[in-house]
Design a protein around this ligand. Structure first.
Ligand code: FAD
Length: 327
């Protein structure tokens, strides 16, 4: 029986592994964290669009199905690929060496480090948090009624000041912030909730639920990049240019939420190096080669739903290859 190793147990890796096992291949999956589920389980603590379910509710059933059919190694990584062509001998950091006929890379992304944009006040200004931190507060019911909240979109995305490798859009930020802004407005109807955006990218069916509906329920969208956040009287003050009105302005709020961009994970960069795969300017994997398939956001940012679908599509391409058919 042909064997496949899936590297990365996030949404894309899990859906690829499940599909490959369902198609009759012997599948291994290696995940560096102790838990399966990827970035949503690690960082998003509250709920995921478009499903509006918690990461655990959404991804645990998939992880359980995978564990039934696939040999899963958690807390381990690929240390070395000892052969250049298939079959690949792959050494893991847990001491196992696996011989497999194909590899599916699904090593995903990590969040932008907001301390790199010191001007936005993360860890320096009271009341500045990340979107992941806000989710954790909502999940634990820890958020006291705020008078005002501002979401700052595109922190570490579409930002050429950081260099050409930060030109990409994070794909999830606009809809994610729209969902959380609406949630705040519904929980705290008298709170003033603002979204500071570059331009809103809520594609297809996301537009109605996560851009139009928040506005209808009172979330105010302000077009303009926030240049600086400073502290006054213990609260964050946003300095920005309203690019529709064409004038600089300031706004004091109780809570400023930085909507963080995503970039290739260290694992993505490491696997690209180990397998000599081209990376684009942002570091995403930009090619596949014989026996090596790339799934999910390690090749460019996808929403969760897209990552799940792409995992299945990649599994199908790998299966056709393993059956000797051209893809
Ligand atoms: C705070 C936050 C909230 C979000 N909310 C939403 C939302 O509501 N809806 C939505 O559509 N998207 C959301 N996203 C985006 C979503 O997380 C991504 O679309 C999704 O995680 C992409 O899945 P993936 O499998 O491609 O990658 P990942 O989720 O990054 O999974 C990659 C996996 O590979 C593992 N890995 C990495 N390197 C190695 C290695 N060398 N060896 C073994 N394992 C390795 C990682 O530990 C990880 O488990 C959110 C993101 C964040 C940060």
């Amino acid at each position: 029986m042909k064997k496949v190793l899936v590297v990365g147990g996030g949404p894309a890796g899990l859906s690829a592994a499940e599909a490959l096992a369902g198609l009759g291949f012997e599948v291994y999956l290696v995940e560096k964290e102790d838990k399966l589920g990827g970035l949503p389980v690690k960082e998003s603590r509250y709920k995921l669009f478009p499903y509006e379910k918690s990461p655990e509710e959404l991804l645990n059933p998939l992880a359980e199905r995978v564990k039934e059919k696939v040999r899963v190694f958690t807390g381990a990584e690929v240390e070395a690929v000892l052969t250049d062509r298939p079959p690949f001998d792959v050494r893991l950091t847990n001491g196992e060496t696996l011989r497999v006929d194909a590899l599916v890379l699904a090593t995903g992304v990590k969040s932008f480090d907001p301390t790199r944009k010191g001007e936005l006040g993360f860890k320096l200004v009271n009341g500045v948090v990340t979107n992941a931190q806000l989710e954790a507060m909502l999940a634990r019911n820890e958020l006291k009624e705020p008078g005002s909240v501002a979401f700052v979109f595109c922190v570490g995305s579409r930002d050429l000041q950081l260099g050409p490798s930060y030109a990409h859009c994070c794909s999830y930020g606009c809809a994610h912030a729209g969902m959380l802004a609406l949630e705040l407005k519904r929980r705290f109807p008298s709170a003033r909730v603002y979204c500071f955006y570059t331009d809103v990218r809520t594609c297809s069916t996301l537009e109605r639920r996560y851009y139009l509906l928040p506005q209808r329920e009172g979330v105010r969208y302000v077009r303009g990049r926030v240049a600086r956040i400073y502290e006054q009287n213990g609260k964050p003050v946003l300095k920005f240019e309203d690019t529709l009105l064409g004038r600089p302005s300031e706004l004091a709020v109780d809570l400023a939420v930085l909507v963080l961009g995503l970039e290739p994970s260290e694992g993505t960069k490491k696997l690209a190096r180990l397998l000599s795969l081209k990376q684009d300017e942002s570091g995403f994997i930009a090619e596949e080669r014989e026996g090596v398939f790339v799934a999910g956001s390690c090749k460019g940012l996808l929403t969760l739903q897209e990552a799940l679908t792409d995992g299945k599509a990649t599994a199908l391409r790998a299966a056709l290859y393993l059956k000797g058919e051209k893809t």
